[in-house]
Write a protein that binds this ligand. Sequence first.
Ligand code: DGL
Length: 275
Amino acid sequence: MERLAEAPIGVFDSGLGGLTVAREIMRNLPMEKIVYFGDTARVPYGNKSRDTVIRYSRQIMRFLKTQDIKAIVIACNTATAYALDVIQEEAGIPVLGVIEPGARMAVRSTKNHQVGVIATRATVSTHVYTDTIARMDPEINVISQACPLLVPLVEEGWVHDSVTQEVLLRYLDDLLAHDIDTLILGCTHYPLLRSTIHRLIGDRVTLVNPAYETALELEKLLKDTGLMNNTPRAKDEPTPYRFYVSDDAERFADFANSILPIDVKQARMVRIEEY
Ligand code: DGL
């Protein structure tokens, strides 16, 4: 069990967004190793069908399992919404998604029982946040807004651009009219827009970033399953974080360097469709 506890955690997303989850794992669980896969060749997932997202997620799970991981974090709301059950059933190791942790945080945060969710079209179409929150507290009203333009803007690096602000205002308009006091950033790309969103809507709405909650839930899961790594890292140990992508490794590494608290030397290419 001790050896297994030293194994890395597999984290995956359609692209860059899952790095916001990896970042929280690095901050909150510094002993844990990570193997990250970003499906940069096939991003975005948010306007693809359920079958396609399940097929992609299965391929990624098979690839990650070749890396001798001890658990998987699906650091993508869309893949969590469509594929969590399938991956949990097939992986043979613990698998965590990002939706339950984010929903739980929103339930704790709202005072007026009006919660907004921004997410991809796919995530919104599953009603997964509405259903999950209804199970936790049926009194809460959930208003969801699909924001299909945000992922391409984030992947383009336009997080502070005036075009992005304009697009955000359009998307947020209806939610604000419902007097929400809590807003779930229901796509792992969106925490990268956090300061822009905050500037637009101010302090009256609490922004929920499921990435942080997911890291805390991962800690609990690792403790409960005896998989927490308590072995301090040896000085000469190679980097505990490895990054893989399906396209444009250089661009990914540049972006990862701009948001992670570590020096990402490289990302490696994987032919994911072969898994
Ligand atoms: N970052 C992903 C999510 O949390 C998916 C974005 C996309 O690929 O459309 O939903």
